[in-house]
Design a protein around this ligand. Structure first.
Ligand code: NAD
Ligand code: DAU
Length: 350
């Protein structure tokens, strides 16, 4: 059987690995190519259960290398691209903005150029799907929601680089007629997330009875979505969205950081058979993140109304599943928190 070649970038990362699993299992008629250069955030262990599947191929490579990318497109003739590869952590972008410009902007541009060149005779049935973030919209006050019409107003080097890549995708649509869609999602959580982000970092610290570094006063708000619900949304957008559209994806699930951390502590005390309240004692308020966005909240009514998507996992259930996964995957956690992680942690938190 000749399978349709689909390129997924960043498939060894957190969201990418859940998406790849869903696509490989649901669509035997596709050949899913996972292009990832395995940075500190990329981990093939995330995909060990599907690595032998006939419709899955891993390619190690860097999206910032234009010569390599052009050859790859020529070789495999990808009909669609779902682009997730990125530097994704805000705190790292504050330390090293250039790395974010290279991967998130130049890397995206390389993929767009290669796609445009490959299909220069016509874009029939082709699609470039760019995965982006709600952070491009900047920060909300206590009320209001981000809609697809909200103006871009990025505040961190990470969100500025993602905003720029979104603009390039749109510009390639307008200028060269590339068929594209973009989705902008809120904060994801779930299994396999690298423990630099709030939830897995705090799970790891609670396990090890280390301080829980809450930035500022902890009153910052995020809208949390279980990662598998994001992968389901991407699947729907990929197959059903109108070309040239943007979709916001969110959990209808806002939490102040401090309330979330308290809930997480309570769940973990129970799971670890610790005295109630013992993990909360680890909460430590630390220096704030520079340029810290106060609140994100997504109006996801467009994807709900047009494509029938809603989140399937409620937050308490999702958080419990996430904690269970980390507790039963200690080896995964130990592997990713050795080496470079220790240096990063020391620099960021001491
Ligand atoms: P992640 O950091 O877990 O994974 C990123 C992956 O990209 C890794 O596997 C890494 O090895 C790979 N990668 C990085 N640079 C690369 C390069 N130059 N060439 C090839 N591969 C490279 O990120 P994530 O949290 O899974 O996010 C995936 C995408 O979704 C990103 O584009 C991010 O901006 C977006 N997003 C994330 C969230 C979230 O809450 N995590 C929310 C909305 C949108
Ligand atoms: O909104 C979508 C975005 O969500 C994605 O585009 C990003 O890739 C992803 O990293 C995430 O960005 P945030 O900055 O919101 O996520 P993070 O987990 O880093 O932080 C969540 C909140 O918790 C934020 O208000 C900062 C705070 N925080 C974070 C860390 C790591 C702390 O208080 N202490 C910490 O140690």
């Amino acid at each position: 059987m000749k399978r349709k070649p689909i390129l997924v970038t960043g498939g060894a990362g957190f969201i990418g690995s859940h998406l790849i699993r869903l696509l490989v299992k649901s669509y035997p008629e596709y050949q899913i190519f996972n292009l990832d250069n395995l940075t500190y955030a990329g981990n093939l262990e995330n995909l060990s259960d599907i690595q032998g599947e006939a419709n899955y191929t891993f390619i190690k490579g860097d999206i910032t290398d234009d010569v390599f990318i052009n050859k790859l497109f020529e070789q495999y003739k990808f009909e669609s691209v779902i682009h997730l590869a990125a530097e994704s952590h805000v705190d790292r972008s504050i330390e090293d903005p250039l790395a974010f410009v290279k991967t998130n902007i130049l890397g995206t541009l390389n993929l767009l150029n290669a796609f445009k060149f490959l299909w220069k005779e016509g874009f029939n049935n082709k699609l470039f799907y760019h995965i982006s973030t709600d952070e491009v919209y900047g920060s909300l006050g206590d009320v209001g929601l981000f809609t697809e019409e909200t103006s871009y107003d990025p505040n961190s080097p990470y969100s500025a680089s993602k905003a720029s890549s979104d603009h390039f995708v749109r510009a390639f649509g307008e200028t060269y007629g590339i068929p594209y869609v973009i989705s902008n999602c809120s904060n994801n959580y779930g299994p396999n997330q690298f423990p630099e982000k709030l939830i897995p970092l705090f799970i790891n610290n609670i396990i090890n009875e280390k301080p829980l570094p809450v930035y500022g006063d902890g009153n910052y708000t995020r809208d949390w979505l279980y990662v598998i619900d994001h992968a389901r949304a991407i699947d729907l957008v990929f197959h059903n969205a109108k070309r040239g559209e943007t979709y916001n994806i969110g959990g209808f699930n806002e939490w102040k950081n401090i309330k979330l951390v308290e809930l997480l502590c309570d769940i973990m005390d129970k799971k670890l058979n610790r005295t109630s309240g013992s993990s909360q004692k680890l909460i430590t308020f630390v220096k704030d993140r520079p340029g810290h966005d106060y609140r994100y909240a997504i109006d996801a009514s467009k994807i709900k109304e047009e494509l029938g998507w809603t989140p399937s996992v409620n937050f308490e259930q999702g958080l419990e599943k996430t904690v269970d996964w980390y507790l039963s995957n200690k080896e995964w956690l130990d592997n990713v928190t050795s080496g470079e992680y220790r240096e990063y942690y020391k620099k960021q938190y001491h």
